[in-house]
Structure formats: C-alpha cells, structure tokens
Design a protein around this ligand. Structure first.
Ligand code: CAA
Length: 296
C-alpha cells in the first residue's frame, strides 16, 4: 500500500494527509474547492514546522513529505490509483452514502474504503457499496499529528483481511490502533460525549461555572483539557450530532443532548471554529477567556 487518497481537507483531513505523507505514503488530497486545498497545505506546512522546531523532523524531511501530497478537485482523478481511501468529509449520512457509492465505482476493485466518521454506522456506509467487506472505520483523533489513537471500526460486513491491513497501516504511522465493533458512538464517543453532555448539564443547572467545571476535570482527573474546552475544540455542532446518533441509536434518554447545547448550536456558537462557544477565541491568542454570555 503506497497510494492513499484523503477526501476532505478540513481539520481532520489535513491532519490525516499530514501523517500519511510524513511516513512515506503518496497522498492525494481531495476537496471540492481549490481554495480549501491551498489552505490545507498551508496548515500542514505550519504543523510540520512545529515538528521541525522541536527537532522531531528535519527541514528536508518536511519538504519531502510536502512533496508527496498532491491536491485534486476531481474525485475520479484523485482516487484512480488509490490503495486506500480515507474519507474525512462532512459528518452527514447522505453525503457519506453518496460519496461511498461513487467511490465504489471510481476506485480500483481492491481499494479499501475507510471512513473517519466519528459516529455514523460503518455498516450503513458499507451497504452503499458493492464491496462492504472492504469498508471500514479509521477514526483518527484531533490533532491527528499528535494523538496516538486510531479507533478501527469493523462494520458488520468488514472482512478480517481488511481489518488486518488497516491495523498494520496504523502501526506504520506510529499510531496505536484499537479494534472495536460498529455500534452507536463506537467506544470513543460513546464514553466521551455523555461526559461532555453532563458537563454542559452541570453548567446549565447552575452547579458551577465554566472555568470551575473545567478546572475540576483538568486538575482532579488529569485531563489535558476540561470537558467544556474540549467540546469547543471538537465543535459544538459535532458534539450535538454525535449525541443525536447515540440518542437515536440506543433510544435511551440518558443520551438526550442538553438544551443549552442545542440552543448554542442553533444560534451559531460552535466553539473554536466560529470564534465562540463556552470560551471566546481570537486568532493568535492562547488565552482562555470564558464567553461574556456566561458572566453573571
Ligand atoms: N500538528 C502538529 N503538532 C501539534 C498540533 C498539530 N495540529 N497541535 C499541537 N501540536 C503539538 C505541539 O507542537 C506540541 O508539541 P511538543 O509536545 O513536542 O511541544 C504539543 O502538540 C502540545 O501542543 P501545545 O503545547 O501547543 O498545547 P498543549 O500542551 O495545550 O496541547 C493538545 C494541545 C495536544 C491539543 C492537548 O490540549 C490535548 O491533548 N487536548 C485534548 C485533545 C483530545 O482530547 N483530542 C480528542 C478529541 S475527540 C476526537 O478527535 C474525536 C471525535 O470524534 C470527537
């Protein structure tokens, strides 16, 4: 396996392209807009610079890695030689079903089709293709160049051969793959999202403020970020959509999203990406400032 196609050049897509290129794979990065691809290349270059500054990568290795990434706005051109496709497009069921239907027609017959979905059923995605045994989940964590885990999700029809291939590739990326089965939220988000939702309920019910809740979890449980900061980092819209998948999939009220989260997303407060969520973000600033909306 040498040729990897990554679909979607947003935060997850550019991180996935980054690690594959760093570890010697030829990467075709695909998106609908050339401007999005150009922006992704700039981000990847900046993230490589962090590794160069730390002495983890040389300038030459950085340039070689960047030279292995080609960009495409045509899906057909981008996947023509793919051994593995990793889809990291919008987290929307219809978008993914359409994409996988097209990928099945456009890719060579042996290509493995992986999705970086954080909660959509791999079994459902696989059923949109005529090769469900070659469809699998590769759930990277944000920021991809830093986080060691890849949750490898076996759909109902994913073959052991496909799973073994993907586990092997993850190890080559110096990641730690963990094999899990395909049920709502898989493992990562089935456990993470109820914690984040409970933190939002704790705020909503006035038990404590934002900084207090995050400090308890950071200092008390040694989490690198508190749950409310992490929710902003992931995107409040993404958190809401994963909670809806858990709520629909299990039919259990314990997964019902907190009404405060629903309101914030509906009002456009999505966290880091929109500039404000539980905290306010200004470009270039590392200061964590609680949103003025939550001040008494
Ligand atoms: N690319 C490359 N390197 C990066 C990077 C990026 N995008 N972002 C950060 N880094 C590097 C920095 O250069 C730094 O490197 P050194 O350790 O060598 O110095 C290191 O990561 C730490 O970065 P910072 O010093 O800037 O900041 P920090 O210490 O606050 O760490 C963090 C930042 C790694 C994001 C940390 O806060 C953290 O681990 N947060 C939790 C992340 C998390 O839980 N991610 C999972 C989210 S859930 C998900 O992704 C799945 C889902 O389905 C929702």
């Amino acid at each position: 396996m040498n040729n990897i196609s990554v679909i979607g050049s947003g935060t997850m897509g550019n991180g996935i392209a980054h690690v594959f290129a760093q570890f010697g794979y030829n990467v075709s990065l695909i998106d609908v807009q050339q401007s999005a691809l150009d922006k992704a290349l700039t981000t990847i270059s900046k993230n490589f610079d962090r590794q160069v500054t730390k002495g983890n990568l040389t300038e030459n290795e950085k340039n070689d890695a960047l030279g292995r990434i080609r960009t495409f706005t045509s899906l057909g051109d981008g996947v023509v030689n793919a051994d593995l496709v990793v889809e990291a497009a919008t987290e929307n069921l219809q978008v993914k079903l359409d994409l996988f239907r097209q990928l099945d027609e456009l890719c060579p017959k042996n290509t493995i089709l992986a999705s970086n979905t954080s909660s959509i059923s791999i079994t459902k995605i696989g059923s949109a293709t005529k090769r469900p045994e070659k469809v699998i989940g590769m759930h990277f964590m944000n920021p991809v160049p830093v986080m060691k885990l890849v949750e490898v999700i076996k759909g109902y029809s994913s073959s052991q051969e496909t799973t073994d291939h993907v586990m092997h590739i993850c190890a080559k990326l110096e990641k730690i793959p963990v094999e899990v089965n395909d049920y709502p939220g898989f493992v990562a988000n089935r456990i993470l999202m109820p914690m984040i939702n409970e933190a939002i309920y704790t705020l909503f019910e006035g038990v404590a403020g934002i900084a207090e809740i995050d400090t308890v979890m950071k200092l008390g449980m040694a989490h690198p970020m508190g749950p409310l900061q992490l929710a902003d980092f992931i995107g409040l819209d993404v958190c809401l959509s994963i909670l809806k998948v858990l709520h629909d999939g299990f039919g259990n009220p314990k997964y019902a999203p907190c009404p405060l989260l629903v309101n914030m997303v509906e009002a456009g407060y999505k966290g880091v990406k929109s500039g404000e969520g539980f905290y306010e973000y200004s470009p270039g600033s590392k200061e964590l400032k609680v949103s003025g909306r939550f001040k008494k």
